[in-house]
Ligand binder design. Structure first.
Ligand code: NDP
Length: 313
């Protein structure tokens, strides 16, 4: 069997075209949704992430602002910036790119964001709404995984789902979303006994551990839907040769560039799963799409506008 590949780029494009309609509706009312990003210091990965988020805003015609305090910034200075953004009427979403430098109290900064503008879904109030199943802004990566599952027609009700990883930003909200969709969810972490056994009885597997190619093909229940959130950089040629032995084009690109990305799931799992997300090009594009979606949603909710188009969240 060869798994159906769940293409995140295609799903992102569908979501963008639906968002365009909502953005048009808002523009018709004189409103142009806007996202403010806060990027502290010179972390190269963070710079790339923020640039892609701003590029997505530009693609969709959203306003965006980039605030770039130096990495010597204090908690108090960041709180003052967040306060300014909270009261600005043109700012619908506030995104504080993590990680923040060690002298900054990250929790305090995230908690200072107005929950109505919490487009990352990291505020305790957003998490509380998610726990109690009330509508709100949901963390982007797990929300994106739900879009992949729903739009690919994966049956969730009554399905056994394993979530590998219990972080606040991926694993925990993921498990809650699946539970609200009536899946029977097992949350796994580094102390879980016999992880392969849990995965083997799961119809849906969400891997979000940050452990390269750890989930092996013989852990996967034949026909299961496998969503690979992990993004791990591979630079060791021996590892690349081992993991991509059956994927000559990936090996070729590794040899040309000296690095590639691998998920938490071994690439050969595609020969057992019924459907699987690739890495890259699976969950990644949805994370930014859901940030855009949350920004538009925040703009609507702040103006009390119901979408004429169908609400998917
Ligand atoms: P964290 O490091 O915060 O959490 C990792 C989780 O995995 C923890 O709960 C940890 O358990 C668990 N874990 C680690 N090792 C094992 C193991 N051997 N067996 C079982 N569980 C294990 O990571 P994040 O949640 O932030 O991210 C997870 C992955 O997803 C990363 O690769 C990250 O790059 C990727 N990611 C991708 C995104 C995208 O857009 N594609 C967005 C966000 C993340 P414990 O709690 O016991 O320590």
């Amino acid at each position: 069997m060869t798994a159906r590949i769940l293409n995140g780029n295609q799903i992102r494009d569908q979501i963008y075209s639906e968002l365009q309609q909502q953005i048009e509706e808002l523009r018709g009312m004189g409103a142009r949704p806007g996202l403010a990003t806060v990027l502290v210091g010179d972390n190269p990965a963070s710079k790339i992430y923020v640039s892609s988020k701003i590029a997505a805003c530009e693609q969709l015609g959203l306003q965006s602002w980039r605030f770039t305090p130096p990495d010597t910034v204090t908690t108090r200075e960041l709180l003052a910036l967040i306060d300014d953004l909270n009261v600005r009427d043109d700012v619908d979403g506030i995104l504080v790119q993590l990680p923040l430098p060690p002298q900054v109290d990250t929790k305090k900064v995230l908690e200072a964001v107005d929950p109505a503008k919490d487009v990352d879904g990291f505020h305790p109030s957003s998490l509380g709404r998610l726990v109690s199943g009330r509508p709100g802004l949901v963390a982007c990566t797990p929300a994106g995984v739900m879009e992949i599952l729903r739009r690919s027609g994966t049956a969730l009700e009554g399905a056994n789902a394993a979530v590998l990883g219990r972080s606040d930003i991926v694993g925990k909200p993921m498990a809650l979303l699946l539970m609200h969709a009536n899946a029977t969810v097992t949350i796994c972490h580094s102390k879980t006994r016999d992880l392969p056994e849990v995965v083997r009885r799961s119809d849906i597997v969400i891997a979000a551990m940050g452990r390269a190619a750890m989930v092996l093909p013989d852990w996967i229940k034949p026909g299961a839907t496998v969503i690979d959130v992990g993004t791990n950089k591979v630079t060791d040629p021996a590892q690349a040769e081992r993991w991509f032995a059956n994927f000559p084009s990936r090996l070729e690109s590794f040899r040309a560039k000296g690095s590639t990305l691998v998920g938490d799931v071994h690439p050969d799992a595609a020969s057992v799963a019924g459907a699987i997300t690739p890495v890259p090009g699976g969950v990644g594009p949805l994370t930014i799409a859901m940030l855009m979606s949350n920004t538009v949603k925040a703009a609507r909710l702040r103006r009390d506008v119901q979408p004429a188009t169908v609400e998917k969240a």
